[in-house]
Design a protein around this ligand. Structure first.
Ligand code: SAH
Length: 410
């Protein structure tokens, strides 16, 4: 496809004809379903083994019950919760407030090993770290930790693999293995907090001072489709916002759930009455293209997904985000920016923010990111139409930024 575009000027203006590259996967074969369309996996296969239950899977009351059921003292649940959610430790040797004779037994009961670090890639300036974790069954997942002035963001995974089969995404290429447990999702944050506490995340905050000493923001933009793992993701979100020591005591506003557009689940999320931030991966305003770019568009069309995003705003009052990976000559045409603006403005003003990101090409793919001037034009058209639009930063390009790439390479 790049061959084709090389025959046309890369700085094509709005009036010049631009090629339309079709999204066919390159370098891998997209599994097809019986209907001849890219296969979708909404649920994990039956009887996939689940990780052992961990303290973070349970509410404080459930932790107490579990300990009592094991013949241990229920009130120890609170002490163990402080160690995990406030000191980020699962090491019995450090739990000096517990009787020495019981420490091992208590820690073993509540803290089975969930995430084992396989690889840690750090950017040259140290403000971004990408972790590759091995789970109890050998599954590999990633998280990315990023320091910004005034905040620290962690991009978390919610599934081992993904069943949504988007042709431009590295994670989808091996399908869905299984859902991650709530505690597996949370342990990514606790482990990141421990790394920060040990001084492992560099970079400068405001005035060069590290002004956030733990993860303040979560984006569900790692591996997996969070709304296809709804129950565990919501249980993890509750634990994130529960006051310590029941949970991490984070602000719900700092948590972003991103989805390909599972409409019924978006509506359910809107009814939860939790002020988390919602993001829709739209990537194309027209079904013609979105049918191929986001296979789940065969179930819920672009307009239905946009309606669900608007409904989320109406119900929660929270401005929603539209994600849009800009792919050269595929979805970056000026008319698409205009159509997107028209569709968003038709629902109202001030309810949405568009957040394009240059495509991060996956290995073997010949798709490529849009040219800078094409991206600028795309942004200008939306902003001029009154839709606030900002280019998302591409942190960690040098460390295999595209999510799922590390796991795929192992
Ligand atoms: N399944 C969810 C969340 C995980 S992906 C979702 O689709 O929203 C997080 C974001 O990264 C999504 O917007 C996804 O489309 C985007 N993404 C995936 N692969 C990408 C790539 N190679 N370059 C840029 N963005 C990509």
């Amino acid at each position: 496809m790049r061959r084709m575009t090389s025959q046309t000027p890369s700085t094509a203006g709005p009036n010049r004809a631009r090629p339309q590259v079709r999204p066919t996967p390159e370098g891998w074969k997209q599994p097809m379903g019986p209907d001849g369309r890219p296969q979708l996996q909404f649920a994990q296969k039956p009887r996939v083994s689940q990780p052992p239950v961990h303290l973070a899977d349970l509410t404080l009351a459930e932790r107490q019950e579990k300990l009592k059921g094991m013949g241990l003292q229920g009130f120890r649940a609170k002490q163990l919760s402080v160690h995990y959610f406030q000191h980020f430790t699962t090491d019995p040797a450090k739990m000096t407030d517990l009787p020495a004779a019981q420490r091992e037994e208590l820690a073993e009961a509540m803290f089975p090993t969930l995430l084992t670090e396989v690889k840690r890639l750090v950017t040259d300036n140290g403000d971004t770290i990408k972790f590759l974790w091995r789970l109890f069954d050998g599954s590999l997942v990633e998280s990315v930790l990023m320091r910004y002035p005034g905040r620290v963001t962690l991009c978390v995974s919610s599934q081992c693999g993904c069943g949504m089969n988007c042709p431009f995404c590295a994670t989808g290429q091996n399908g869905l293995t299984r859902n991650m447990s709530a505690a597996e999702i949370l342990d990514q944050i606790v482990q990141a907090n421990r790394v920060i506490a040990e001084g492992g995340l560099k970079g400068s905050g405001r005035d060069g001072v590290h002004d956030a000493e733990r993860v303040t923001n979560i984006v569900f933009m790692g591996m997996g489709e969070p709304l296809a793992n709804y129950k565990r993701v919501m249980s993890a979100v509750h634990r994130m916002i529960d006051e310590a020591p029941e949970g991490l005591g984070m602000s719900a506003r700092g948590i972003t759930v991103s989805t390909v557009g599972l409409v019924p689940a978006i509506n359910k999320l809107a009814d939860e009455d939790i002020p988390i931030t919602f993001a829709l991966s739209l990537h194309a305003p027209d079904d013609e293209l979105r049918d191929d770019l986001i296979p789940v568009n065969s179930r819920w069309k672009a307009d239905e997904a946009i309606d669900a995003a608007y409904n989320y705003y109406r119900k929660t009052g929270r401005r929603v985000s539209i994600e849009y990976a800009l792919i050269k000559d595929m979805n970056d045409h000026p008319w698409r920016a205009a159509l997107l603006a028209k569709k968003l403005n038709a629902r109202g003003r001030g309810w949405v923010h568009v957040n394009p990101i240059p495509l991060n090409p996956t290995p073997g793919s010949i798709w490529t990111s849009s040219e800078p001037e094409v991206m600028q034009e795309f942004l200008d058209i939306l902003n001029d139409a009154g839709v606030p639009t900002t280019l998302r930063d591409t942190r960690g390009k040098e460390i295999d930024g595209a999510c799922g790439q590390l796991a795929a390479a192992e």
